[in-house]
Design a protein around this ligand. Structure first.
Ligand code: CDM
Ligand code: ATP
Length: 309
């Protein structure tokens, strides 16, 4: 019997492999400088949250990689990062097979939440399981780095420092029981344009990751928000003055500091209890439509039992 999920109709339920693709927020994002390869040297503390896309994988004949999505706002061809991930998997393993990907999007698009990167990571983890290739997360992460700088973090999830262009990870074993209340203002922000807009005075030699990790290690939830910073925020706010105005409004109604994730435009406030998060959510729903309460998620939940460590 067909199973209806949003706009998707799943027919062969028995053969489908399911994966959840989690979004991330940046607790810190420092840029150390511009590199010769067009990327920037970054130092960031990344955190998975429980806002997720749902991904189903179904084996197909060799060379056939197809995708359908509940969102009309993303390409359903070779430009889709999930399709690119599948192509990379078959190329890397030499397996003569294909896959059909069904994507139920919940993570806002081009929002600074790594939605596409997380879909790509979930496809790589899922194909590793579907075809029994037994690759380690490290190997999958190296394959994923070809698709995007955020893919290696999304492969592991949880909490981590990401350096280099984002692919050099130090995993942090402390996940605080905290909440992030997200506000998505439905602006489309290009990550490349934001990085291009950085000026030398946006660069730093003293990133905030060490202080943030100490705070996480001490389980000092109240201490996290004052340490949050994002070097891309000035650029995105200058590009979209309405976003700076919205951030001021969010602070006024929540009475909490507001932060930007990645290259934006998603804004978030941190809460140490679900009650505090709910009050922020209620206040924000009065001024915005797209508001999400999310909890911090650890690597075990992101990865599950899907790949060799
Ligand atoms: C803003 C963040 O989301 C923070 O986590 C990431 O740094 C961006 O990760 P991403 O979206 O996976 O980025 P990619 O797809 O690899 O790169 C998109 C574009 O952003 C710029 N880019 C990205 C990462 C980086 N460390 N330096 C850069 O300058 C480059 O112009 C690149 O062409
Ligand atoms: N599976 C996918 N999901 C979302 N966007 C995708 C996907 N595949 C390709 N894209 C394209 O990637 C671009 C960035 O979308 P995405 O939602 O990944 O941005 P983001 O959250 O800002 O990512 P990051 O935080 O890694 O910079 C958009 O132009 C979108 O059309």
């Amino acid at each position: 019997m067909p199973l209806h999920l949003g706009m998707l109709v799943l027919v062969e339920v028995g053969h489908l492999l399911f994966k959840r693709a989690y979004a991330k927020i940046n607790l810190t994002l420092d840029v150390l400088g511009r590199r010769d390869d067009g990327y920037h040297e970054v130092d960031m503390v990344m955190q998975s949250i429980d806002l997720s896309d749902l991904v189903w994988l179904d084996k197909r004949p060799a060379g056939e990689v197809t995708i359908e999505s509940t969102s009309a706002a993303i390409p359903v061809d070779e430009r889709n990062l999930a399709v690119q991930a599948a192509r990379c998997f078959f190329e890397h393993t030499g397996i003569a097979a294909g896959v059909h990907i069904q994507l139920e999007k919940h993570i806002p698009i081009a929002a600074g939440l790594a939605g596409g990167s997380s879909d790509a990571a979930a496809v790589l983890r899922g194909l590793n399981e579907l075809f029994g290739t037994g690759m380690s997360l490290e190997e999958l992460s190296q394959v994923g780095a070809r698709i995007g700088s955020d893919v290696p973090f999304c492969m592991y999830g949880g909490t981590a420092i990401a350096r280099g262009r984002g692919e050099k990870l130090t995993r942090i074993p402390y996940v605080l029981p905290m909440f992030a209340v997200l506000v998505h203002p439905r602006l489309f922000v290009s990550t490349a344009e934001v990085y291009q807009g950085l000026r030398p005075d946006d660069f730093t030699d003293s990133p905030a990751s060490a202080a943030m990790v100490s705070c996480l290690a001490e389980a000092n939830g109240q201490g996290i928000a004052p340490l949050v910073r994002n070097a891309l925020q000035r650029v995105t706010f200058d590009m979209y003055p309405e976003l700076r105005a919205l951030a001021e409004k969010v602070e006024a109604v929540t009475h909490h500091p507001v932060h930007m994730s990645g290259s934006g435009p998603t804004l978030f406030c941190l809460a140490v209890t679900s009650g505090q998060a709910q009050r922020m959510y209620n206040a924000l729903r009065g001024i915005m439509k797209d508001v999400y309460i999310c909890r911090f998620v650890g690597a075990e939940e992101v990865v599950g039992q899907t790949a060799a460590e």
